[in-house]
Design a protein around this ligand. Structure first.
Ligand code: MG
Length: 326
């Protein structure tokens, strides 16, 4: 069985093709980059509309397949930005209808977990999903992927990008913050915002900017923001692991490429006799292969969708999906 998956929840347009062993035959990724400021949803959607068809063709060429070899078309149904989701959903419907194959709408957050389960040795992990738009700690329990903790305001990556813009590091600030943090050594006072099992990030950004205005070094600000936020992520993840008694932690999302976060998560896992896994870089980022793979396992478990069922859902919750494939 071969699945083609289309990702388009935010700035990334992705087309991936996988087989039923989890082999990735193609994984085309193109990112929209705003000229100034953050993501403009309409512009990002236009970017996806322009790139989707050529990217499907490229992916098919890379995979060395003919269109009649595609068994199912999958797409990111949510959560995400409305214009982006609608654009890729329209593309996916058109492709599935013209190929006369089934269509499967996939929850984006769940796909970060499923791709880790097939591409790393993790079998039943707690997922620490940290990206621009999302920050969630997710694990399987009683037929659903349940959210054990999440951000109460903005995604951690969104906070990094906003902070980066304010302190002059430019957009996609994550890697620049990571680099600057290596030169930092003074731990500045920032609000450690874990509330129950949830987290908040916008107050940390405000406090960090106040430090900057008082003349603290950029390197120390980056260092302190990372240390504080990553400790929060690891604390919530560890408590989820203890609660559901799981011995694997899987990282997913763009932010987990940060080496300091990986180091802290690995340390936390080791201390409790658990293991940590990080998929390859292109599989941590938003991508079409994870959508294709998750759609394939959903389809294989008997999930059938009509075109009506493929309405997008900007606020698609991880725990709304009945996990019929486990
Ligand atoms: Mg993502």
């Amino acid at each position: 069985m071969i699945a083609l998956g289309i990702e388009g929840t935010a700035h990334t347009c992705g087309v991936g093709i996988v087989d039923d062993q989890g082999n990735i035959l193609a994984n085309e990724i193109k990112m929209y980059k705003p000229a100034t400021g953050g993501i403009h949803p309409r512009e990002a959607a236009n970017h996806h509309a322009e790139n989707l068809v050529p990217m499907v063709k490229q992916a098919m060429e890379k995979a060395g397949l003919k269109y009649d070899q595609i068994d199912v078309v999958c797409f990111s149904q949510g959560p995400g930005l409305g214009p982006c989701l609608r654009t890729v959903a329209t593309g996916a419907r058109a492709l599935a209808l013209s190929l006369k194959v089934p269509i499967v709408g996939v929850n984006h957050c769940i796909s970060h977990l499923e791709i880790g389960r097939i591409k790393t040795p993790a079998k039943d992990p707690v997922l620490l999903y940290a990206s621009g738009g999302n920050t969630q700690v997710i694990a399987y329990a009683n037929g659903k992927y349940r959210i054990f903790g999440e951000t109460l305001d903005i995604g951690i990556g969104n906070m990094f990008d906003k902070l980066g813009r304010e302190i002059g590091l430019g957009y996609y600030a994550g890697p620049k913050i990571e680099k600057a943090a290596l030169e930092g050594n003074k731990l500045l006072d920032l609000p450690y915002s874990v509330k129950g099992m949830d987290m908040a990030f916008s107050g940390i950004m405000t406090a960090a900017l106040n430090h900057r205005n008082k003349g603290e070094r950029l390197e120390d600000i980056c260092f302190s923001v990372q240390e504080t936020c990553f400790a929060m992520l690891c604390e919530v993840t560890e408590r989820a692991m203890a609660h559901v008694e799981k011995s694997e932690v899987l990282l997913g999302g763009g932010v987990v490429q940060n080496k300091r976060l990986q180091m802290m998560a690995e340390h936390m896992a080791k201390e409790r006799g658990a293991k940590m896994f990080v998929p390859d870089r292109t599989l941590c980022m938003d991508n079409g292969a994870m959508i294709a793979w998750t759609g394939l396992v959903m389809h294989r478990s008997g999930i059938k969708m009509t075109v009506k069922d493929t309405m997008i859902d900007q606020r698609f919750r991880t725990d709304e999906v009945d996990v019929t494939w486990r």
